[in-house]
Design a protein around this ligand. Structure first.
Ligand code: ADP
Ligand code: MG
Length: 551
């Protein structure tokens, strides 16, 4: 037997990293801006704790396209790197300076929002560039460094005359990636990935119209000035404390998140936990519309304010994927497959936390303003009913605030409904019978009949209502749902003690046994009417579930 080491050389690995590190080439920009952000946040932290004797100021990150020169520049005013640091952080693939920083400053730095940790992000630049340059000057007193690499394992490293603190990354865009030299493409990527990153990002300039001075002539033209085009909001609503926000702030943020969406959300839920996992975010219940753009606007997942994906499958329970908003958590493992995600303990906890928060919010809306809750019911019921069917924990909570509207738009909770109808709508076997219609118009005459008899008729018209009925019948004791146009409604209901059958109990039993002998019991039930006024003294019915199956 022989053992040995497989010989892995850098030459072999480098092209693999380039090709397979990320399936999506466009994320190189996100990675480089994340590094620029980290560099700036590190400097902020070090000046904050007095370890860096420099002015932090108001640093921005700038992205510049040089179409003629086929170059893309990403420039920051962050911590910078000395020559030794370039050796260490850049030339060692898979060594993360971000992780090292967090380990070194442990407690004090845990809330800095530093993004990197795999030590691979930088190399994603080679997915779109044939050559990459780094020109960097550390905040420490050291000469600036200039690193150049054409994607082979060879690099050059020399000193540079850069005088301002910070780092400039220059990508020489490859022939097959020239789309990244288009302003519109870069703009699109910045908006997609970097819109809420914590350090201001400048991309070009824009004209801004100044307000007219007071008392200006009517035909006066307002002045315009040229200002930096800052593409991001460094302090998005979800990073703030709920106590510091008004309802309007949440609405404004909704529009920021979905600029093409003109419908206002119904209400919001602010998520905020730091133990046993970190998670912040804001979820919105949207108003139901037929607008297709509405479905495109999904919940967005962020990690330290960097957009990751709008596919939150596995992280948010399925019934809540109809909601809108953002979730930001550094604790969701992102570079792993979806099936792994579902098995991950943290992710499971996150999912059940979100379910609980949503249920609690609905409960408090119901308790605080029932009238308003009823008004919104039509827009939110599908989410709630779906949740009741798919999540046991949610069912238990929602059972207290799920509403059952009648055809006359009276809204009952389940308990209220039973209390109301029990005296009049209970059958001989002591089952409380809930009458419902699924279509007001088609079932109009039946509804009228039932109402004249003093029965309540629910209007249950959501697409999943038959499942919900089954769920409720299984859970609640002695409750049956019966469609208002079912044949036997007329006779089945209303416990009426005064008028009893003319037959003695013994006679009734004999008659029943005889009939049951003739009629197949697995398909029909036989019942004798106890009211003598009834038009039908004997009732043979098909069970409700058989009927439903045929529909
Ligand atoms: P990660 O961000 O996960 O640590 P990267 O491959 O993205 O890994 O970057 C490697 C390291 O290079 C960073 O941790 C950091 O120390 C250094 N670095 C990259 N970009 C910059 C920058 N713009 N300014 C300062 N240091 C940087
Ligand atoms: Mg990085």
């Amino acid at each position: 037997m022989a053992t040995g080491n497989i010989n892995v050389s850098v030459e072999n690995i480098f092209p693999l990293i380039k090709k397979f590190l990320y399936s999506d080439h466009e994320i190189f920009l996100r990675e480089l801006i994340s590094n620029a952000t980290d560099a700036t946040l590190k400097l902020k932290h070090l000046t904050g704790i007095g370890e860096a004797a420099v002015e932090f100021g108001n640093p921005v990150i700038e992205v510049k396209v040089d179409k003629e020169g086929k170059k893309l520049h990403i420039i920051d005013q962050g911590i910078g790197m000395t020559t030794e640091e370039v050796q260490k952080y850049i030339n060692e693939v898979a060594f993360s300076g971000a992780e090292e920083f967090l380990n070194k400053y442990k407690d004090s730095a845990k809330d800095t929002g530093i993004i990197g940790h795999f030590g691979l992000g930088f190399y994603s630049a080679f997915m779109v560039a044939e050559k990459v340059e780094i020109i960097t000057k550390s905040y420490q007193d050291a000469p600036a460094a200039h690193w150049t690499c054409d994607g082979s394992p060879q690099y050059t490293l020399e000193t540079s005359d850069k005088t301002e603190r910070g780092t400039e990354i220059i990508l020489h865009i490859a022939e097959d990636s020239t789309e990244f030299l288009e302003d519109s493409k870069i703009s699109e990527l910045l908006v997609k990935y970097n819109k809420f990153m914590p350090i201001s990002i400048k991309f070009g300039t824009k004209e801004e119209t100044l307000p007219l001075p007071e008392g200006a002539a009517e035909d006066a033209k307002p002045d315009t000035i040229t200002v930096d085009n800052i593409i991001n909001n460094p302090n998005p609503a979800w990073t703030k404390q709920p106590a510091d926000l008004e309802t309007d702030d949440y609405k404004t943020f909704y529009r920021e998140l979905y600029p093409m969406q003109f419908e206002e959300p119904l209400f919001h839920i602010h998520l905020n936990v730091d133990y046993p996992f970190n998670l912040t975010g804001i979820l919105y219940f949207p108003k139901l519309t037929n607008d297709l753009s509405m479905q495109k606007d999904k919940i967005q997942l962020y990690q330290n304010q960097v957009f990751v994906t709008d596919n939150v499958e596995g992280i948010v329970p399925e019934f809540l994927t109809m909601l809108k908003g953002v979730i930001d958590s550094p604790d969701i493992p992102l570079n792993v497959s979806r099936s792994y995600l579902q098995a991950d303990g943290n992710v499971k906890k996150i999912s059940s936390y979100i379910t609980r928060k949503v249920a609690d919010k609905l409960k408090s809306l119901f308790n605080e303003n029932r009238e308003d809750f009823e008004k919104k019911w039509n827009d939110i019921k599908i989410v709630i009913e779906y949740g009741m069917l798919s999540e046991e924990k949610f069912y238990e909570k929602a059972d207290k605030f799920a509403l059952y509207p009648t055809v006359d738009s009276t809204y009952f909770t389940f308990d209220e409904l039973i209390e109301k109808i029990k005296p009049t709508q209970t059958d001989k076997d002591d089952n409380t019978i809930i009458l419902y219609a699924s279509n007001q118009e088609a079932q109009h005459s039946y509804i009228q009949d039932a109402k004249e008899k003093g029965y309540e008729v629910l209007l249950l018209d959501s697409p999943i209502v038959s499942h919900l009925i089954q769920r409720l019948e299984g859970d609640k004791e002695k409750v049956q749902f019966v469609r208002v146009d079912a044949d036997h409604v007329d006779n089945l209901i209303k416990k009426d003690e005064e008028k009893i059958s003319k037959l003695s109990e013994e006679e009734q039993e004999t008659l029943k046994t005889t009939l049951t002998g003739i009629i197949p019991a697995e398909k029909y039930t036989v019942q004798l009417e106890s009211r003598d006024s009834s038009a039908a003294p004997i009732i043979i019915t098909e069970p409700e579930f058989m009927r439903r199956m045929k529909e």
